[in-house]
Design a binder for this molecule. Structure first.
Ligand code: HEC
Length: 289
């Protein structure tokens, strides 16, 4: 319904103004025509029904654990998460001993030691998810010139503009899931390029990428790649949902608390408004006017 209203309105705007830029926006199919300036992303992110959406949103711990598995087994080969300490994994339902064992799988640089040398050691819970590359340049050199971005805040850092009138509806539906919707769409959105489209060397066609039609990340997920032990389907679709939820948690671990507090504040303001109104009535009822 929202989409329908949006397209009717944007058609009306285009018809009224006939502006070149707006016309291109409304006709993404025409992107590959010669001379047209494409508007990215070519396709809008798919909207997923996340458990953490809405005023009572909450994380599904089982899903976050699966997402962590996908991240460690797949994404961590290229992406760091250097603002997320291992110790926070206890919020996903792991015991302190489990977190310790998990952290010990990683090596981090420490030092300098007494002789001034840097050294590597096994990670402990207070360390952060390290980068697989020594620096961003090394990451770029290994990935056709594009460094894989750090994932700590990725789910909050990527937002695709929703345009009018969707952003007005979003205020009422409290839509804040643009980041995970985008990541999910990107992971499931690899396609064959349309006829005549030249994919640059080392790039991969993906109409959901926000900055171009093709980008440097090869399709990271395929069916049955990661083994789930809770019976969840081992499909690209499920992996993408789980890892997007996990990245949302990494970016905003206190989301549940924020939503709960927000709700209590609204209730408080409502009661406070009624009290103020009654106070005003009782004070002014004694005043002649
Ligand atoms: C082989 C290395 C590699 C693996 C594995 C990998 N990525 Fe990437 N990823 C990249 C590179 C390189 C880029 C930068 C692409 C660019 O800017 O063109 C990137 C960019 C991204 C982006 C940002 C896109 C944007 O809007 O800028 C997201 C989101 C992402 N990766 C998610 C994932 C997830 C989730 C996984 C695990 C399921 C994963 N990646 C696995 C190499 C990788």
């Amino acid at each position: 319904m929202k989409k329908l209203v949006a397209s009717i309105l944007s058609l009306a705007v285009v018809a009224g103004i006939g502006g070149g830029a707006l016309a291109q926006e409304a006709a993404p199919a025409a992107h590959h025509e010669e001379g047209a300036t494409p508007h990215y992303p070519l396709k809008e992110p798919k909207e997923i029904d996340w458990t953490f959406a809405g005023p009572f949103g909450h994380y599904d711990k089982g899903q976050l654990q699966r997402g962590l598995k996908v991240y460690t087994e797949v994404c961590a080969a290229c992406h760091s998460m250097n603002l997320v300490p291992f110790r926070t994994l206890s919020e996903l339902g792991y015991s302190d001993a489990q977190v310790k064992t998990f952290a010990a799988n990683y090596e981090v640089q420490d030092g300098p030691d007494a002789s001034g040398e840097m050294f590597t050691r096994k990670a402990v819970p207070s360390d952060y998810f390290p980068s697989p590359y020594p620096n961003a340049e090394a990451g770029a050199a290994a990935n056709n010139g594009a460094a894989p971005p750090d994932m700590s805040l990725l789910a909050k850092a990527r937002e695709v503009e929703r345009g009018f009138p969707q952003f007005v509806f979003d205020i009422f539906t409290q839509y804040q899931e643009s980041g995970p919707d985008y990541i999910y769409s990107l992971l499931t959105g690899y396609e064959e390029p349309p006829a005549g489209f030249q994919v640059p060397a080392g790039a991969h066609y993906n109409p959901y990428f926000h900055a171009a039609a093709a980008f440097a990340m090869p399709k990271p997920l395929s069916d049955d790649q990661v083994t789930y032990d809770d019976g969840s389907p081992q499909t690209v679709d499920q992996y993408a949902k789980d890892v997007s939820s996990f990245l949302m948690w990494a970016s905003e671990p206190h989301l549940e608390e924020r939503k709960r507090t927000g709700f209590m504040v609204m209730i408080f303001l409502l009661i406070f408004t009624v009290l103020i109104y009654l106070t005003k009535r009782s004070i002014y009822s004694r005043t002649d006017h």
